[in-house]
Design a protein around this ligand. Sequence first.
Ligand SMILES: *[C@@H]1O[C@H](CO)[C@@H](O)[C@H](O)[C@H]1NC(C)=O
Ligand SMILES: *[C@@H]1O[C@H](CO)[C@@H](O)[C@H](O)[C@H]1NC(C)=O
Ligand SMILES: *[C@@H]1O[C@H](CO)[C@@H](O)[C@H](O)[C@H]1NC(C)=O
Ligand SMILES: *[C@@H]1O[C@H](CO)[C@@H](O)[C@H](O)[C@H]1NC(C)=O
Ligand SMILES: *[C@@H]1O[C@H](CO)[C@@H](O)[C@H](O)[C@H]1NC(C)=O
Length: 328
Amino acid sequence: MEKFSIYSDKTTGINPFIPVSLKPTIPTLFFHSIIIIVKLLIFIPTLILFVPILNTFSSGAKIITDVVLAYFFNVSETELIVEGIKKSDETNKLKKSPHCKDVILVNATGPLDWFIWKLVSENSKKVKVGIATSSGIVVMNHWFQWVNWCFNGSYELTPSVNDSNLINIVDIDASSSDIDASKDLQKLVGDNSTLYVIVEGTITNGKGLLSYPKGFDVGAFCKMVKNADYGLKVMSVKVSPIGVTETVIPTSKLYWLFCNFGSLNMNVKYRLKLSDMSDIGNDMISDTIIREKLANNGRFKLLGRDMDVTKKGEYLEAVRDNYEKKRK
Ligand SMILES: *[C@@H]1O[C@H](CO)[C@@H](O)[C@H](O)[C@H]1NC(C)=O
Ligand SMILES: *[C@@H]1O[C@H](CO)[C@@H](O)[C@H](O)[C@H]1NC(C)=O
Ligand SMILES: *[C@@H]1O[C@H](CO)[C@@H](O)[C@H](O)[C@H]1NC(C)=O
Ligand SMILES: *[C@@H]1O[C@H](CO)[C@@H](O)[C@H](O)[C@H]1NC(C)=O
Ligand SMILES: *[C@@H]1O[C@H](CO)[C@@H](O)[C@H](O)[C@H]1NC(C)=O
């Protein structure tokens, strides 16, 4: 791995792009195969029987997500913590949890995140994900776009960046008043959706927080969101055990499913820490404040300015080249 050290952060030495290596033993592989067959045999008929019934209730989607996550992926716990509110204060926690017309800045870990976000959102059917890029925020409406992006190394974007799925960032302080900054938000988020924005622009191994993509002005975006009367929240996402559900570099879907489906004692836990920024004045919102919140008030390492999604692209290319050289 030493030849990839140029992709590490200068001050901390952290390389946020190296996936945790999982090398299952032959007995584990065998065990997984059997578990998968048994799970499918029990689950598919149940699903066929109950999905139409559950779908008729509005909370049906949430229940289905819950059951599938627990059964197939053994996500045994999703803990939502809201900054400033006691764990036991369910009423106020619910008030502050992700609502319709909220924009939530997050760091992401892998394909399951979308379903976890569905679980904690008011309208679980209208969850959307946006990826921060240098040209703005690219919005994904369907979970399969998200899942494909995750498995493809969370780097290249398809559909490509174009006007129909892009939130342009307008600096409301600087621009002339004839630009309607809320137009794209209204069109792509509307009144009934919750938008989760991956501000790092990619997925990492969770060892440190990347800098924003170059040209992505998070401060300007936050002001724009608040001015358009959308809720603004920051959520740091942590999953344990680290590595199993994560997709840092391009990952085979089959292999991932095999590792995750086949688990009986994986016991995946999600910890979501939410900070409400809606009541903070525009003059207090800055890139640094958002990064600090994302880093759980400084408990998580902030990486240097050159550590961003562009660096990840270079890393992915180097890994690919190395792999091709080995094959020759
Ligand atoms: C996956 O990533 C590769 C390289 O980064 C890119 O060439 C390809 O178009 C991507 N495929 C999809 C479906 O996004
Ligand atoms: C722009 O994105 C939309 C929806 O994502 C897609 O249908 C359309 O083909 C894209 N257009 C171009 C020119 O890429
Ligand atoms: C949003 O929700 C409101 C009230 O629940 C409903 O009247 C409206 O039609 C919805 N809008 C869209 C675009 O779904
Ligand atoms: C996201 O941020 C939290 C700290 O706020 C950190 O513990 C976690 O590892 C991060 N996850 C990823 C995938 O970067
Ligand atoms: C999930 O993991 C826990 C802890 O190892 C285990 O007790 C439980 O049975 C597992 N649940 C499922 C549905 O596999």
